[in-house]
Design a protein around this ligand. Structure first.
Ligand code: CAA
Length: 258
């Protein structure tokens, strides 16, 4: 029902953990889940104590896609005038790194949500795919674009046109997934990764994410220029002084929030 929350939100030291929690629907992404997930991501993004965010689902499903029941009777004009998938665009405004920990099904919008995250860690049993074509539709929150850009046309066309599933190994080989780990280590690995990132110089982490994202949006010369300016900007941070002084003094650096 609408009064139950669709996600669990926890803080673990300097990282935020968001767990998609609609187990009976394999975490299908309905309106409420989209609103709650994006709102929590933004809250963590605005919280100075948080340095990175982990987004996960259940062992059976990261998310089995947009909620088909909710969409079944929607007509074009309603969807166009009230584009409820647009909520997910809010993820692009999150400047802190998001680590997706993916087990089980990551299908349709679930696969697309994983691909919106910055680092994707998959369990060996994860299944990725864009099965929308089987429902008479096509991907709607970035699958056709992000798979084509990250993995190339061949795999994008194959997945989007056939709707077949791809296992974690294939997704890793294609460059859609950063790491594959045994299922029982998935959350630990994702949280450790987030902790490592959260321990670094926060402004440089933000700049680094911005720099990599530029690669998907600009010609090479502009991306290189943006990277160089961000690199130079890092020298305006206390963390750069601390990181380099610590290296020279052969001690561990202690980074502050900014
Ligand atoms: N939306 C709504 N409910 C869903 C769902 C979804 N995407 N995926 C699963 N469920 C529900 C099922 O209806 C079922 O509910 P009941 O128990 O009430 O019947 C429950 O979750 C468990 O699912 P199954 O019984 O089907 O479990 P299974 O193990 O037999 O199959 C599965 C698992 C292969 C993932 C299958 O559930 C499935 O094919 N799901 C749909 C996948 C899909 O087509 N996703 C794309 C959605 S469209 C989209 O995402 C558009 C976009 O780009 C934004």
């Amino acid at each position: 029902s609408a009064d139950e929350t669709t996600i669990l939100v926890e803080r673990r030291g300097n990282i935020g953990l968001i767990t998609l929690n609609r187990p009976k629907a394999l975490n299908a992404l309905n309106r409420q889940l989209a609103a709650e997930t994006v709102a929590s991501l933004r809250d963590f993004d605005a919280d100075e104590r948080i340095g990175a965010i982990v987004l996960t689902g259940s062992p059976r499903a990261f998310a089995a896609g947009a909620d088909i029941e909710e969409m079944a009777t929607v007509r074009f004009t309603d969807f166009y005038m009230d584009d409820f998938l647009a909520a997910w665009d809010g993820l692009r405004g999150v400047s802190k790194p998001i680590v997706a920990a993916v087990a089980g099904y990551a299908l349709g919008g679930g696969c697309e949500l994983a691909l919106m995250c910055d680092i994707v860690i998959a369990s060996e049993d994860a299944q990725f795919g864009q099965p929308e074509i089987k429902l008479g539709i096509l991907p709607g929150i970035g699958g056709s674009q992000r798979i084509a850009r990250s993995a190339g046309k061949a795999l994008a066309m194959d997945l989007v046109l056939t709707g077949r599933n791809m296992d974690a190994r294939e997704a890793k080989a294609a460059g859609l997934v950063s790491r594959v780990v045994p299922a029982d280590q998935l959350l630990h690995e994702a949280i450790e990764t987030a902790h490592v990132i959260a321990g670094y110089n926060a402004p440089s982490v933000k700049m680094a994410k911005e720099a990599v994202n530029r690669a998907f949006e600009t010609p090479l010369a502009e991306g290189l220029r943006a990277e160089r300016l961000l690199f130079q900007a890092a020298f305006a941070t206390e963390g750069q002084k601390e990181g380099m002084e610590a290296f020279v003094a052969k001690r561990a650096p202690v980074f502050r929030g900014r």
